[in-house]
Design a protein around this ligand. Structure first.
Ligand SMILES: [Ca+2]
Length: 320
């Protein structure tokens, strides 16, 4: 009875409205049309024209289902849309405040600052994974726990006195007493484990895709997930994470890009290009940038990489 003419453009930006026309050869008017997207319902009545706002629809590739009702009969048809972020990320600049030695044998996967000039660091690779307490100014390893050789350690964060350490493909995480490194438990999850941070309510986990997964720390139940987008598309390869003043900062695997993500909607608010951070003399010996930590006292970040011999304290600022 009715055919849905495609919207003029399939690519939309979050907040845009999109119009659909329901064309009938017999010039019929539907009794009602219910559009569903992501399980949300948008009803329209007695019209051949529907305008849908994307304001409350998450970003990404969306299937729009039309349920058209006319005199007791129902038709269903589908259309697809792609919704990107309406925000063009602000490009932040950085200034190197200090540079420190970093263990060039550490395949850094997680980095978290601890009061008193220390880091907790998670180092990866099979047979080489460890949990470390490191002195910032010297790079000296003050305490080290060797992870079972069958596990490839990944991201690391702190909840209270407990350290949470992910593993890559083992779908198992470890919990430690942060003061003694005594293993106090394990947990499981459904994806690969890459980065992790804690926002005060949820453990936020990345798995190398564009998704961030929000887990309840006491049960490790998945509460929800969000897709991260900028104005150009999905931001994939999300790796090490840091929660800072309401935003999730993430470094992007195999790049020098760090993005600042609004965790309520997945939009990238800003980004930083650290291409020139590591001096050229080291570039032959190292793997990718990975490791981002925040010092709340001086509001500086610490950035390093896998097998990097240096670690940098940086201050971010808006480009003039
Ligand atoms: Ca971190």
């Amino acid at each position: 009875m009715f055919s849905v003419t495609s919207p003029q453009k399939k690519l939309l930006y979050s907040g845009d409205s999109v119009s659909f026309d329901l064309v009938s050869k017999k010039k019929l008017v539907p009794d009602s049309v219910v559009i569903t997207v992501d399980g949300k319902m948008f009803p329209f009545y007695k019209k051949n024209h529907c305008t849908l706002s994307t304001e409350n629809i998450s970003m990404g590739d969306k299937t729009v289902t039309f349920h058209t009702f006319y005199k007791g009969k129902k038709e269903t048809s589908l259309r697809s849309l792609r919704i990107l972020s309406d925000i063009v990320p602000a490009h932040l600049k950085y200034e190197v405040v200090a540079a420190y030695n970093h263990d060039k044998n550490s395949y850094t996967q997680g980095l978290q600052y601890e009061d008193g000039g220390k880091f907790y660091e998670s180092a990866g690779l099979y047979n080489e994974s460890s949990l470390r307490l490191v002195e910032v100014e010297t790079g000296k390893v003050l305490r080290k726990h060797i992870v079972d050789s069958n596990y490839f350690a990944e991201g690391l964060t702190i909840v209270g006195d407990t350290l949470f350490q992910l593993t890559w493909r083992e779908r198992t995480g470890f919990m430690y007493n942060k003061n003694t490194f005594e293993e106090i438990g394990t947990f499981t999850y459904e994806t690969e484990g890459w980065g992790i941070c804690y926002d005060g309510t949820y453990l936020i986990v990345s798995d190398g895709s564009e998704y961030l997964y929000f887990y309840e720390p006491h049960t490790m139940n998945l509460h929800h997930k969000i897709a991260v987008f900028d104005n150009l598309g999905a931001v994939t390869n999300i790796n090490e994470l840091e929660f800072v003043q309401g935003f999730v900062y993430a470094n992007i695997y195999t790049s020098y890009r760090v993005v600042k993500i609004n965790p309520t909607n997945g939009k990238v608010a800003a980004d930083v290009d650290f291409s020139n951070l590591l001096p050229l003399q080291y570039s032959d010996e190292v793997d990718v940038l990975n490791g981002i930590a925040w010092n709340p006292k001086n509001e500086h970040f610490y950035i390093t990489g896998k097998l990097w011999p240096r670690l940098f304290q940086v201050k971010l600022f808006f480009e003039e």
